[in-house]
Design a protein around this ligand. Structure first.
Ligand code: MLT
Length: 230
C-alpha cells in the first residue's frame, strides 16, 4: 500500500502490517529503540502528545518536518539515539508516520515498525511467521514517496522466493529497489521530494543515515499503546 490514502482498498484483518516512514518517523523509532529507548508511544495529534508531556514523558516529533516547539526533541534519529533518552518512553507524533501507524492498528493483527535500518530483521520475522503481510508506506500527505517505496521493494526483495507477486504496486516497489539498491543514499538524496524538503530544513545529516540498510537488528512491534522491541 504505497499511501495510507488507499488503505481502505486493502484488507488488514488477519495480516501483519509493516509500517514504514523512512524519512524519518520509523527510522527514529528503530534507531532510538536500538540505542536504548524503552518504548515509543505513537499518537496522532500534538494535543495528545502534550497530555503525555504533562505526565512527565519525553515528547518527540514534527509538523512539516519542523520540531513542535513544546516537544523535548524533534524528528532526527540522532536526537532519538541520545543517551538522555535511554530507558525512557518517548511519546511521538509526526505528519505522516504516526498517522499511518494509527490507521494500521485499527484492523491489522499486528503492527511492525520498519525502516531501511532494520529491513533484514523484518524480512526474517515475516519468513518465520508465515502470515499474510501488508506493507504500509506513510508517504507524504497522501502521496507516495520514493524512500518508503524503496523500503517496500527491499522487503519484497527479501521475500521474493516466498511470495508470488500479483499486484502492480509490489512489482513497482521491487523493480525500483533493484535499480537503486547499490546507491540508495544518492537516489534518495537526489530524487526524493522529502529529502529536498529536509535539506531546506538543515536536516541533511539524517538523509544518509536513514538510507542505511541493516544498520541494526531490531524488531519493533506495537503492543497496546507502546512500540517495544520484540
Ligand atoms: C513524517 O511523519 O511525515 C516524517 O517523519 C516527517 C519528518 O521527516 O520529520
Amino acid at each position: 500500500c504505497l499511501t495510507p490514502e488507499i488503505l481502505h482498498l486493502h484488507q488488514l484483518e488477519g495480516k501483519i502490517a509493516v509500517v514504514t516512514d523512512v524519512l524519518r518517523a520509523t527510522s527514529c523509532m528503530v534507531a532510538g529503540l536500538n540505542a536504548g529507548v524503552k518504548s515509543v508511544i505513537p499518537v496522532k495529534k500534538v494535543e495528545e502528545a502534550l497530555t503525555y508531556a504533562a505526565k512527565g514523558y519525553v515528547t518527540a516529533g514534527e509538523r512539516g518536518g519542523v520540531k513542535v516547539e513544546e516537544f523535548t526533541i524533534g524528528n532526527s534519529p540522532y536526537e532519538h539515539m541520545e543517551e538522555a533518552y535511554h530507558g525512557k518512553s518517548i511519546c511521538m507524533t509526526t505528519t505522516n508516520g504516526t498517522v499511518a501507524i494509527d490507521a494500521a492498528r485499527k484492523s491489522a493483527d499486528q503492527v511492525v515498525i520498519g525502516a531501511l535500518l532494520n529491513v533484514s530483521s523484518i524480512g526474517r520475522y515475516i519468513k518465520e511467521q508465515q502470515k499474510d503481510v501488508i506493507i504500509i508506506c506513510a508517504g507524504w500527505k497522501g502521496n507516495p514517496s520514493l524512500e518508503d517505496t524503496l523500503f517496500a521493494g527491499a522487503l519484497v526483495d527479501q521475500l521474493k522466493e516466498e511470495v508470488e507477486i500479483t499486484d502492480d504496486a509490489t512489482y513497482m516497489a521491487l523493480s525500483q529497489y533493484q535499480s537503486a539498491k547499490n546507491n540508495l543514499s544518492e537516489v534518495i538524496q537526489n530524487h526524493a521530494s522529502h529529502a529536498k524538503r529536509l535539506s531546506g530544513l538543515k536536516a541533511q545529516n539524517d538523509l544518509a543515515f536513514c538510507a542505511t540498510e541493516d544498520y541494526c537488528d531490531v524488531l519493533p512491534i506495537l503492543n497496546g499503546d507502546e512500540i517495544t522491541i520484540k
